[in-house]
Design a protein around this ligand. Sequence first.
Ligand code: ADP
Ligand code: MG
Length: 567
Amino acid sequence: MSKKKAFKAESKRLLDLMINSIYTHKEIFLRELISNASDAIDKYYYLSLSDENITADRSALKIQLSVDKEHRTLTISDNGIGMNKDELEENLGTIAKSGSLAFKEKMEAEEKNDEDVDIIGQFGVGFYSAFMVASDVVVESRKAGEEEAYRWESNAVDGYTIDKCEKAEHGTTITLVLKEDSEDEKYSQYLETYEIENLIKKYSDYIRYPITMFVSHEEPKEEGSEEMQLVVEEKTLNSMVPLWKRNKSEITKEEYNEFYKNKFNDYMDPQKVIHTHVEGSVNFDTLLFIPSKAPYNYYSNEYEKGLQLYSRGVFIMDKASELIPEYFRFVRGLVDSQDLSLNISREMLQHDRQLKAIASKIEKKIKSELVNMLKNDREEYEKFWKNFGLQIKFGIYNDYGMHKEMLQDLLMFTSSHEMKLTTLDEYVSRMKEGQDVIYYVAGDNLDKLDKLPSAELVKDKGYEILYLTDNVDEFALQVMMNYQEKNFKNIAQGDLNLESEEEKKEIEEKAEENKDMLSDLKETLKDKVSDVVISTRLKSHPVCLSAGEGMSFEMEKVLSQMPEGNP
Ligand code: ADP
Ligand code: MG
């Protein structure tokens, strides 16, 4: 057998591939460098727990940013574990080599699981994203516990150099010399305070160590004075502890509301907040909101469903649509999980079991919260129903009733019983003895429906009728077929079978007496109706039209108005 050989890689080409094809957004370079700094501080802190020569003052651990507009540099500095010469060589000189992954694996192998360590890195490629925006990258690092410091420098094109340098403290300082602006790319935006603040808020807000920067602002020299002075102060840009990681009992309603409004650009408080921490086969925190009003574009193609996704507090993507089913697409919110499989760019999810498990838990949670609302706060639920009930009804109709079990108990329709919204369960609980179907009738106006000749008759017999006024309603009931084994029956269609034996006999006699008139009428109307009969469904009205079995008048009408024949 011939000897196995290692693959050779054309490093320069590989690096070029890395830099230019993994990421869709150049701005993530900052997220990657900050995540590395956070990992380095975690490792330093972890080391201090076991090595008595190293002491870590937790409050002094931080990540500092600074810019130099004149020299077009952006600097990210941490007082973490640092790297010695060999580590610089290994970690930054070898593509896809992750010192952090090795660290994490070692910790796991030793079964040391420290709450205070939450390593983000794993793929060994994030660092190179710096070259998407920088023509030159300089890394100065000093390993904790060692005296010497080293400078790694590269322009990506001609490899890298490592030289000795001076550094007073342990940790790593990374300086990016930003590329020159071009027609389509303004690299100098990364020198602007507000842009840096935005990126930190977006991607790194929940990094557990402070990310600081010196910022300047003008303020009056003395209180009330007109003379202004420039004040420079160190500002912390991230909020560090995510709201969803905090103890529920310590979070006020206002905090939730403010968080929702800021994050999801709504001017109204959410109707409902759902905050849960799930542990088990899959671990995650989720913070979900039901808006108080449907967004203006909700029922258009413009509206995108999905939850924000975080992995270990680092922002991954904005609208992870797989996490929320179509019929709950009005729910806004986020999921943070350490169990997600991310692709190498950390911009996307692998579609795996974990993701499905999270989605299914979220779906059940939303359902149970809605059921609780329905039980405990009727007024709130009806408000919810007015906003998003249509979505739920479409949820039943779509996919041929596949989600009937999930959704049927959430349904509401106006009923002839007090002309109020009712659930199917409530309807069934009021059914008269011997009533074996759920009566309904569809049309676009409640008043008209209530005055229909057939409605009068059914009500007269003491039965309740659901009045369906949205186009999708009747279609939804048709795909459901039944509820608690009670079939749905359109009172404007087919034979209602409501009359007693005596009444039946009376009608037969009348039909016999009026045979000639009926057949004359049928002859005259032969292009328009299929039969003319003596009716049992009339009370105060002289005649009515009635559809045969199959499609009802209303459904025919709805379908004929739809371009694709869909309600
Ligand atoms: P990953 O973070 O996925 O491991 P990176 O390409 O971002 O991959 O970084 C490669 C490795 O370089 C890291 O695993 C870590 O060992 C080392 N490294 C990067 N930045 C720092 C830093 N600021 N301090 C210490 N080590 C670092
Ligand atoms: Mg990294």
